[in-house]
Design a protein around this ligand. Structure first.
Ligand code: S3P
Length: 425
């Protein structure tokens, strides 16, 4: 797909529903009693993989234009799937579902696409194994396909080496089926949508600092859920408005949970003009409209506890750093290497192809800003966030930018290119 430098972006945009919250609403709805009604559900390929997995386990899920209705089967009502559960490209589906499957009374196998089959699963196999789960990597390489045989589970206190909401959530979900309290302590707080939403479904979940605890549940109860716009999807429009002179965008209804809003804090540190409007809480999740105006940006340093709050936004932050004055340093972000692609490598290689002054480090990157970008050949590596980040980079690059396999945006934002086009003036 070809892209060109753009004039100002103007107008209003409502980005699709939050991916993390959409996954969780279907998962928790499936193991709850009664119907869960979800509005604003993200109709991206990843979340559709979650729906398809639970349908295979006997859950009736109606996906209508108005709402997704999940007719939950209760905590012990899932049935053995007749075929392999296909998680597609979705790490969230693979890791969270594993926690649920660990506590069932049947066996099944789950797998996914080529990228999923390379992503590390030891991080969930180890703690779930400590809880008594029988979970085996079919190819003995600590990756999917995973064969899981449901077993009686016991509570543990797990100290995770990585700040990962997928790891934390997998363990907490297994904890619903355990014989005692389950706790997870992580090195920095990762997104807490599981803790917030499970509480509304009736689970006994508490959080203190970087430790989340859950008690075994008798039953969860179906809920009404309104999914806020995804701040990760909004980040592309935030960056576009900040980068392209003359731009002003109102991005409506964005989830600004503090465990996800690192992009806003970084933009502020870079001197961005972003105003929050109409902020409200909806079932524990803060939501606001963001008014973003073109700004001249300055470099910043990003590390430590901030990293998990913006982990998926680092590719587009790197693009912004190219236009900022000074040198931006991103550290403590080794997790980027095990995302849908090695995002340190794919960001650095692609930005170099556009003329950026950027170097890869062991756990991040160093970007010397202020050198104009030019068009280039961009390989998305079938990674949706790489494709979207470079569509934004093209807006300020001279000449033509070609993004290969650009349609991988279907994973999290099927209408991304149409929405971007509509805002160009
Ligand atoms: C997610 C957690 C993050 C994030 C992913 C979605 C979630 O992954 O990168 O896009 O929904 O829990 P990790 O938990 O592996 O950091």
């Amino acid at each position: 797909m070809k892209f060109y430098q753009s004039g100002p972006l103007k107008g209003e945009i409502a980005v699709p529903g939050d991916k993390s919250i959409s996954h969780r609403s279907v998962m928790f709805g499936s193991i709850a009693r009664g119907t869960t009604e979800i509005t604003g559900f993200l109709q991206g390929a990843d979340c559709l993989s979650t729906i398809s997995c639970f349908r295979k386990m006997g859950v009736e899920i109606e996906n209508t234009p108005d709402a997704v209705l999940v007719h939950g089967r209760g905590l012990h009502g899932l049935t053995a799937p007749e075929s392999v559960l296909d998680c597609g490209n979705s790490g969230t589906t693979t890791r969270l579902i594993s926690g649920i499957l660990a506590g069932q009374t049947f066996s099944c196998t789950l797998t996914g696409d080529a990228s999923i089959q390379k992503r590390p699963m030891k991080r969930i196999m180890e703690p779930l194994g400590m809880m008594g789960a029988q979970i085996r990597s079919v190819n003995d390489n600590s990756c999917a396909p995973l064969a899981i045989t449901g077993s009686p589970l016991h509570g543990i206190h797990y100290h995770s080496k990585v700040a990962s909401a997928q790891v934390k959530s997998s363990i907490l979900l297994a904890g619903l089926y355990a014989d005692g309290k389950t706790q997870v302590t992580e090195p920095a707080l990762s997104r807490n949508h599981t803790e917030i939403m499970l509480r509304f479904f009736g689970a006994d979940v508490t959080s203190e600092g970087c430790t989340a605890s859950i008690l075994p549940a008798e039953e969860l109860y179906g809920q009404k859920i309104t999914v806020p716009g995804d701040i990760s999807s909004a980040s592309y429009f935030i960056a576009a408005a900040l980068l392209v002179p003359g731009s002003e965008l109102l991005i409506k209804n964005v989830g600004i949970n503090p465990t996800r809003d690192g992009i806003l804090r970084v933009c502020k540190a870079m001197g961005a003009d972003i105003a929050l409007q109409s902020a409200v809480y909806d079932r524990g999740e803060p939501v606001a409209d963001l008014l973003v105006r073109h700004s001249s940006l300055k470099a910043t340093e990003i590390s430590g506890e901030l990293i998990p709050t913006l982990i998926d936004e680092i590719p587009v932050i790197a693009v912004m750093a190219c236009a900022a004055s000074g040198t931006t340093v991103i550290r403590d972000a080794a997790e980027l290497k095990v995302k849908e692609s090695n995002r340190i490598r794919t960001v650095v290689d692609n930005l170099k192809a556009m003329g950026a002054h950027i170097e890869e480090t062991d756990d991040g990157m160093v970007i010397e800003g202020g050198y104009p970008l030019h068009g280039g050949l961009i390989e998305s590596h079938l990674d949706h966030r790489i494709a979207m980040s470079f569509a934004i980079a093209s807006l300020i690059a001279e000449g033509e930018t070609t993004i290969q396999n650009a349609d991988c945006v279907n994973i999290s934002y099927p209408s991304f290119y149409e929405d971007l086009e509509r805002l160009k003036h």
